[in-house]
Design a protein around this ligand. Structure first.
Ligand SMILES: [Mg+2]
Length: 188
């Protein structure tokens, strides 16, 4: 089978990692509950930032957010290693910009994710992922963002949504924990 995965907030806990970096950078003592209460993809609101300020802080912090110690979600690495061992093909489709391609591949490999250079796609906008996903004839695709998954509803790929506060309205097979991935896929 051919499995496609988004990276940020699907395989790794990037928003929470960024939230914790913001807390230190802005010296604000927010709690995990503050993080969990955010109902949108962007994380700047609890820090009292406007959308514009939030965007600027995100863009200026990208290097640190991407390439420090962001934790993969529990069992995500082991699950993908298992798929690779069983001979399945694994593709990564990320909106991360071109300039971060090589370091992202290395960072993902260092975390233990099975990465083939030829199966790594990057730099597209949310609504552009559909093109590569169609081209690759994926059997399964996992993502967290409604803006991506909504564009894919009329494709033959079996979609799975990684559970997040901001995607609760999506009616798709829902992955809440990576340890359940194989069971979820077998039931589809
Ligand atoms: Mg994502």
């Amino acid at each position: 089978m051919r499995f496609g995965f988004d990276i940020d907030d699907t395989l790794i806990n990037l928003r929470e990692h960024a939230f914790n970096l913001y807390k230190r950078k802005l010296n604000q003592a927010l709690s995990r509950e503050d993080y969990l209460s955010i109902q949108r993809v962007e994380i700047h609101e609890p820090f009292g930032l406007t959308d514009e300020e939030g965007k600027e802080l995100w863009n200026n912090s990208l290097e640190t957010i991407y390439f420090t110690d962001c934790p993969p979600f529990p069992s995500a690495v082991e699950t993908l290693q298992g798929l690779a061992r069983e001979g399945h093909e694994i593709f990564y489709i990320t909106a991360r910009p071109k300039g971060h391609r090589e370091r992202t591949i290395k960072w993902m490999s260092d975390q233990g994710f099975p990465v083939l250079d030829s199966n790594f796609y990057y730099g597209m906008k949310d609504h552009e992922k559909i093109h590569i996903i169609k081209e690759l004839s994926l059997d399964y695709y996992v993502d967290d963002k409604p803006a991506v998954l909504e564009t894919l509803s009329d494709t033959t790929v079996q979609l799975i949504v990684k559970d997040q506060s901001y995607n609760q309205e999506l009616h798709l097979p829902r992955l809440t924990a990576w340890k359940d991935f194989n069971r979820l896929v077998m039931g589809l």
